[in-house]
Design a protein around this ligand. Sequence first.
Ligand SMILES: C[S@@+](CC[C@H](N)C(=O)[O-])C[C@H]1O[C@@H](n2cnc3c(N)ncnc32)[C@H](O)[C@@H]1O
Length: 400
Amino acid sequence: MQLQTRFNSLDALLSKTKAFWQLVAFEAYDLPWSGQLNAWLMSLSDEQVSQLDNDPTQLQHALIAFIPELAQLNSLLQLPYQKRDVMPLPFWLSNGIKGRKLLQLQDFVNHIDEQQLPVLEWCAGKGHLGRILAFNGAPHVHSIELQAALCEQGRHSAETQNLAMTFSCADVLKDDTRTCFEPEQHAVALHACGRLHQVFMANAVQAGCEKISLSPCCYHLFTDDSYQAMSEVGKHSTLALTHSDMKLALQETVTAPGRVAKVRKKEVTWRLGFDALRRDITGISEYVSVPSVNKAIFSGSFEQFCQWAAKQKKVVLPRECNYELYLQKGQQRKKITDRIELVRHAFRRAIEIWLVLDRALYLEASGYDVALREFCDKQLTPRNILIQAKAKDKESRCAR
Ligand SMILES: C[S@@+](CC[C@H](N)C(=O)[O-])C[C@H]1O[C@@H](n2cnc3c(N)ncnc32)[C@H](O)[C@@H]1O
């Protein structure tokens, strides 16, 4: 399917189903949907909710009865994924790279391997990716990174390992890095967040880099609250994504260890309980978030938590307060928010693919052949989408 056809179909589907995903669960006191869906959600036990949340296929099947559009989603979200054999790296090269990260890097390199063009590595961290590319035969790697300590470590490793690499310490959101991009270059960005990879794409396109490869992540970071589409097609969408929607794209169910999940459940319940109390005291109904706090506070009592939270929000608590009642309200609201989130979660990959297609269309309109694929198994990282762009025509690039 062509990128634009796919984008338009997905955009229309998301637009039609907005009422199911474009809402902030914490703000709701009741389930906002039709009687049948609400009744089904409330009939689920908490265990069934978390079971469905951990099984996207089952969740989608269950929800199709209430949201028939979900039946068309699968074909729009499929990306090719081909497991490739990974060549083992020498110990001295992989030393210091943690297990899962190493497997991600090896899978990424397997898809973008570069032996002809010099590479620009964007937001490189310690330059692990660049070092593997240089070892595999890239003629030179230029790694750009914000943190001086990471640049220094990367530089030191590359030097001792005799790899053709240079590092530049730069803030890519403030410093002018445009001169680092060249037409005869493969520009690579693995997991650069939000605005960081958008600047990367704009610079690479402007310089006319021959190849551009990126795996985007954290779409909301360093960006405006209202999403600014990159492609012309995206600019015509009426979805008007916010940070909350963009964060939905990242909410993968990582099953937390039992104790962590228990504390998290208590934390959310207490926060919602305090919010109900604050609402009754101040008469302001919008959800007001309370800053994050050391988890030790959740081994105390709900009353102590409310006193701390009231201080943060400058709310005066009454002398007599039925904390037990507000704890129950917190529990009820947690039940509601969990069920709203469950429905929203059926759309998370759809939002991510929409954002990825917006980027792909931007590159396509800038004169590139663009391919999308998954570069590794989802278990290694849910941010496993690779956008690969190859310039169509050298002359038009150089004239840019
Ligand atoms: C998620 S890490 C990815 C690192 C590496 N590409 C990888 O996949 O292992 C993001 C990196 O971006 C860097 N970074 C964040 N803000 C930046 C900025 N404004 N300019 C340059 N680098 C930045 C961080 O220091 C961090 O090393």
